[in-house]
Design a protein. Structure first.
Length: 393
């Protein structure tokens, strides 16, 4: 997409992604003529059930899992809650949860509720990150105790793209008999994952982050892991989640996972090159700008850049005038004067945290779009700084 004909330059793929044309094509029959209930005994419904099984196999293939380890949900948030609450119900004598200070609200808010709302007096340890967004593994090792029911650590951060060593962390939890969950919503489809080789008990993903529709997700449950369902009802999803399956979206997710496997090399090749060109262009042309997050241990599509002495919301409004879509690391849009909890945890200076912009690319982005953004951003920042009482440039 380019702005030459007024179309949008979309660089907000960590928020949501375009539904791939091939995915739309795959799901359409299940919104029209193939509308049977997959649990029905007749052939008309059985054909739909077969499509769900095929989608389950495709998801499992991308993750290096077995089809029976895949449970379809409505979204990543449901998958996160289901995994954590299942662990706490499975081991009611354990009152401790380990997570990080930079988790997505899907995990962050649940852990806050466990401490304050439920009345069950759970203790939550939130691991710190350094200035590059990386964890201290010695702090993690010290936090693991006999009272720990589950560890929940995201595979890759949604704001900075920083990748955590979940493989090692899961192994350390396994050695102590502790369940391990990872929110892999941003990681799936961008980095290679082979769950057969890992000690991960639960993994969450969301369809709309990898070019499937909104409203469908997955919870991977490792074979042999004790599990208590969050949604009870019928016997759908092997008894792990009640409710009639969202067939069209499940089929779509299966096709999206298939495409993600095919395009993994492009994500880590061409898309990464575009991201690097965008970063280098902006950091070299805009004074007082800085990259947030580790330089190399990061998703290939994500760049979080702070522009000092300006507000992220104002930057986005000016970008919008050029049909450029990205996200702000600031929480100003919610009426808060506080910047992102992720950047606060990293110790990003106040003057920079408020002016943080996350650019997240996909296989649909082009070099022409990157050039356009690099061309427009310096003037946007310069004009805003002229209005800032704090800018001394």
């Amino acid at each position: 997409m380019t702005t030459a004909n007024g179309k949008v330059v979309y660089m907000d793929n960590n928020a949501t992604s375009q539904v791939a044309p091939e995915v739309v094509e795959a799901m359409m029959p299940y919104l029209t003529e193939a509308y049977g209930n997959p649990s029905s005994m007749h052939t008309f419904g059985g054909q739909v059930g077969s499509a769900v099984r095929t989608a389950r196999q495709k998801v499992a293939s991308l993750l290096g899992a077995e089809p029976e380890e895949i449970t379809f949900t409505s979204c990543g948030t449901e998958s996160d809650s289901t995994a954590i609450l299942s662990a706490l119900r499975t081991y009611p004598e354990k009152r401790h949860v380990i997570t990080t200070r930079v988790e997505h609200p899907a995990v962050k808010s649940l852990c806050e509720n466990l401490e304050t709302v439920t009345g069950h007096k759970y203790k939550v340890t939130r691991l710190k990150v350094d200035s590059e967004g990386m964890l201290d593994m010695s702090e993690y090792e010290a936090a693991l105790t006999e009272d720990t029911a589950i560890v929940s650590v995201m595979w890759a951060n949604n704001e900075t793209g920083v990748i955590f060593p979940v493989e090692k962390m899961a192994r350390m939890a396994k050695e102590r008999g502790i369940l391990f969950h990872t929110d892999a919503v941003q990681a799936v489809g961008k980095i290679d994952i082979d769950l057969k080789k890992l000690d991960i008990d639960f993994l969450s993903l969301s369809g709309h982050k990898l070019h499937a529709p909104k409203g469908v997700g997955v919870l991977y449950i490792k074979r042999g892991t004790l599990f208590i369902p969050f949604l009870t009802g019928g016997h759908q999803e092997m008894g792990r989640r009640g409710g009639t399956e969202n067939v069209a979206s499940i089929v779509a997710l299966g096709r999206a996972c298939e495409l993600a496997g095919e395009k993994m090399d492009e994500e880590n090749g061409r898309v990464k090159q575009l991201r690097d060109k965008l970063e280098e262009g902006l950091l070299s042309r805009v004074p007082k700008s800085m990259l947030n997050g580790h330089k190399t241990s990061r998703l290939p599509n994500t760049a979080n850049i702070s522009f000092e002495y300006v507000e992220g919301e104002a930057i986005l409004l000016h970008m919008n005038q050029h049909n450029i879509c990205a996200s702000s690391g600031s929480a100003c849009t919610s009426g808060s004067l506080e910047p992102s909890h992720v950047l606060r945890a990293m110790g990003v200076p106040f003057t920079a945290a408020h002016g943080s912009i996350r650019f997240s690319l996909s296989v649909y982005n082009t070099e022409e779009e990157v050039d356009f953004v690099v061309e427009k951003m310096p003037a946007i920042i310069e004009s805003l700084r002229k209005m800032s009482p704090f800018w001394k440039g």
